[in-house]
Design a protein around this ligand. Structure first.
Ligand code: CA
Length: 306
């Protein structure tokens, strides 16, 4: 009811004054009482205040006890609050950690599933490419839409590859037609240059063929050989790109470095006239070995495949 000792003290003082006033009224108007009022008021006031002061001290003591208890309760509640807060924080942290781990597991699981699916599709497609599995069988194992997309990509790549290949072939053809030297003519499936005027030995003829962009010639087969023979002058001889300089009687094409594929020797040739006849000439439709330092017309080929 009373919020502080000062309010209580004021209230009791007012009660005391009212009591003193009432006692004066009870005694009635009196000249002697008025005369002694100053002397009587001091002891009365002091005696009336003693119980009040004692009660006030008792109340103040109880208030201190209550204050102490209140502080203790507040302290305990704060400790419990802090403890609960700490537990709550720990729990929240644990939940967050668990959720992160769960999320990571889910993501890893999904990624693994996607990867496995992709691997499956890749394996099926690879198998289909290797074994030629019909499209109907593929459809059972691969999602139709994905298969269609992959097929579309493959078709696009194939078309691009074919386009590039055609462009490349066309470009190569143009390059070939440009770089085949003007002296060469197409005879059969290959290009040859037949020198009908100059006479040169092996070394010079080799150098001349190189200068015009080719090699001294050898022949792929009889058809090609006969086509060449048809363009030669009768009774003239033409030096070829065939010799057995490295090993006697092993005639190789100097352009390819391999054994020459076709020969049509004159009767009794090649003969082994010492080491001087290591070269070969073509004369009146047949071949014979020949002294390399002797001069002759000659035949060049453009490629080095034969
Ligand atoms: Ca020889």
């Amino acid at each position: 009811m009373f919020k502080s000792p000062s309010y209580l003290l004021r209230f009791l003082a007012i009660l005391a004054l009212q009591g003193s006033w009432a006692a004066t009224q009870d005694n009635g108007p009196s000249g002697s009482l008025l005369q002694d009022s100053q002397a009587q008021r001091g002891p009365f006031c002091l005696s009336a205040l003693h119980p009040i002061q004692a009660k006030l001290a008792s109340i103040e003591g109880k208030q201190d006890v209550l204050q102490t208890k209140l502080l203790a309760v507040q302290s305990r509640l704060e400790a419990e609050r802090l403890s609960l807060q700490s537990k709550l924080d720990d729990t929240l942290l644990a939940v967050q950690t668990e959720m992160k781990e769960l999320h990571a597991k889910i993501v890893a699981s999904v990624l693994q599933a996607v990867q496995e699916k992709l691997d499956d599709h890749k394996a099926v497609i690879q198998a289909s490419l290797e074994k030629g599995i019909p499209r109907e069988d593929l459809g059972d194992r691969v999602n139709g839409t994905e298969l269609a997309t992959l097929e579309k990509h493959l078709l696009t790549l194939q078309n691009q590859s074919e386009t590039h290949q055609n462009t490349l072939v066309e470009t190569l053809s143009k390059i070939n037609s440009r770089i085949v030297p003007p002296k060469f003519e197409r005879i059969g499936s290959r290009y040859f240059y037949i020198e009908q005027h100059l006479f040169q030995n092996w070394t010079a003829a080799t150098e001349t063929c190189r200068q015009v962009g080719g090699y001294l010639a050898a022949f792929r087969d009889e058809e090609e050989f006969n086509a060449i023979v048809g363009k030669l002058q009768k009774y003239e001889h033409y030096l070829l790109g065939i010799n057995d300089m490295a090993r006697e009687d092993e005639f190789v094409s100097v352009a390819s470095g391999r054994p020459a594929p076709f020969f049509k020797w004159r009767r009794d040739y090649p003969n082994t006239y010492g080491d001087r006849t290591d070269c070969v000439i073509l004369e009146t439709g047949v071949m014979r070995d020949y002294i390399c330092t002797d001069r002759s017309h000659f035949i060049c080929q453009w490629d080095n495949e034969v």
